[in-house]
Design a protein around this ligand. Structure first.
Ligand SMILES: NC(=O)C1=CN([C@@H]2O[C@H](COP(=O)(O)OP(=O)(O)OC[C@H]3O[C@@H](n4cnc5c(N)ncnc54)[C@H](OP(=O)(O)O)[C@@H]3O)[C@@H](O)[C@H]2O)C=CC1
Ligand SMILES: CC(=O)[C@@H](O)[C@H](O)COP(=O)(O)O
Ligand SMILES: [Mn+2]
Length: 392
């Protein structure tokens, strides 16, 4: 084994993915070293503890919120990167072999692009940056420079190892179905944020947990799979698998399907992305085939949960419509969490915003054009959310 460790910079270190990544690294000090940490600023105590625990200096820390950054400076000293460009500044200032982007939301786009420019490997949890940036992100990446962290895409990448793209017939993403699997449209009207926050199989941050409940998470993941693996939308399926043990599958042209299975834990795909292409021993418990269990698969109810079908249409139409989809969702989801929008109106808001988004059908020529689409969609979504008829 090499005596040189892999230098890992973590953006979003205080969140669900970020903290699990630090657990993986702490378990393997012979393989990985933390060289930088970035976060929004809502959890400065955690960030300071992380910096002290992993020996990260102030100059290798980024905090988006200026006030929170000042708190970190008071504890760790001057040099902390602060403000809306802090993640990009950090990526540009601190040499790393791998940058894990575990920031939440489309705000992760600029940092993702900065990582690709730096030449480091991008371990990508922040699916929103890919969905928003689309071909811009993929075009900026060298072959193999992006390694997926999202469990489904990690699974597919594993199923594809050693094969040739021409042998792939279909990608099959699994979905837990969320907490409202089997519910009727009428039942979804009265869903509360508390109910939507109870994911059946995964413990995750609040936004992805809500996105799983609306199936917007799976919608974003279909777009993510299309971009990462260059497979057309009509050859990407979604199946509801409530146990979340099969993390996704690939069906090949001879009728064979390869599935990747393990109990639900993000530590495995995080560790694999950090160690890629090598597996990190003991990342997760393995399936216990000595105990009786059932793995079930059922179709998505597209009538009650239209999020995936809407995303496919946006993705096929192309341009910046997937950025519009994501931005509209971020606004509507936050409005729901704040008590200002009915649950079933989240996806209705996305549909409403997309229906007026024809100007964003052109392929973006620059990241500024993506940001323009994102800003437009946020403003339009805020108007739609504010329209009383949508909440009746
Ligand atoms: N959690 C999971 O199991 C999975 C998550 N993902 C994806 O990974 C990403 C992270 O998810 P998750 O860990 O659950 O989210 P969390 O909400 O738990 O964590 C989000 C992280 O982003 C940071 N952040 C918030 N605002 C900003 C900002 N303006 N600038 C920089 N950083 C910011 C937060 O910092 P602070 O604490 O300071 O607010 C926190 O560190 C998402 O894109 C999600 O879809 C994908 C698959 C599984
Ligand atoms: C762990 C992970 O990758 C999440 O994206 C997970 O897949 C969410 O669960 P759903 O299948 O309910 O969206
Ligand atoms: Mn996922």
């Amino acid at each position: 084994m090499s005596d040189v460790t892999t230098r890992v910079l973590i953006l979003g270190s205080t969140g669900s993915i970020g903290t699990q990544a630090l657990e993986v690294i702490a378990e393997h000090p012979d393989r990985f070293t933390v060289v930088g940490l970035g976060a929004g600023g809502a959890n400065t105590a955690t960030l300071i503890t992380q910096a002290r625990g992993f020996g990260v200096p102030a100059s290798a820390i980024a905090v988006a919120d200026e006030g929170a950054a000042a708190e970190v400076v008071a504890e760790l000293g001057a040099g902390v990167h602060a403000g809306s460009d802090a993640m990009v500044d950090l990526v540009e200032a601190v040499p790393a072999d791998i940058v894990l982007n575990a920031v939440v939301g489309a705000r992760g786009l600029a940092p993702s692009l900065a990582v690709l420019r730096s030449g480091a490997r991008l371990a990508l949890a922040n699916k929103e940056s890919l969905v928003a940036g689309g071909s811009l992100v993929m075009d900026a990446a060298a072959p193999g420079q992006i390694v997926p962290v999202d469990s489904e895409h990690s699974a597919i990448a594993q199923c594809l190892r050693g094969g040739s793209a021409s042998e792939v017939d279909r990608l099959v993403l699994t979905a837990s179905g969320g907490p409202f699997r089997g519910w009727s449209a009428a039942q979804l009207r009265d869903v509360t944020p508390e109910q939507a926050g109870r994911h059946p199989t995964w413990s995750m941050g609040p936004m992805i947990t809500l996105n799983s409940a609306t199936l917007v998470n799976k919608a974003l993941e279909v777009i993510e799979a299309h971009l990462l693996f260059d497979v057309p939308y009509d050859r990407i399926d979604v199946t509801v698998h409530p146990q979340s043990i099969v993390h996704s599958m690939v069906t090949f042209i001879d009728g064979a399907t390869i599935a990747k299975a393990s109990p639900p834990s993000m530590k495995l795909p995080i560790a694999l992305a950090l160690g890629w292409p090598d597996r990190v021993p003991g990342s997760s418990a393995a399936c216990d085939f000595a105990t009786a269990s059932q793995w079930t698969f059922e179709p998505v109810d597209d009538e009650v949960f239209p999020a995936i079908a809407v995303a496919r249409d946006a993705g096929r139409a192309g341009g910046s419509l997937t950025a519009v989809y994501n931005a509209a969702n971020e606004v509507a989801a936050q409005a729901f969490l704040d008590g200002g929008l009915r649950f079933d109106r989240i996806v209705a808001t996305i549909v409403e915003v997309l229906s007026a988004a024809d100007e964003w059908r052109a392929r973006p020529g620059s990241v500024e054009e993506v940001y323009a689409a994102d800003r437009w969609a946020r403003a339009r979504a805020a108007e739609v959310v504010g329209a009383t008829e949508l909440n009746q």
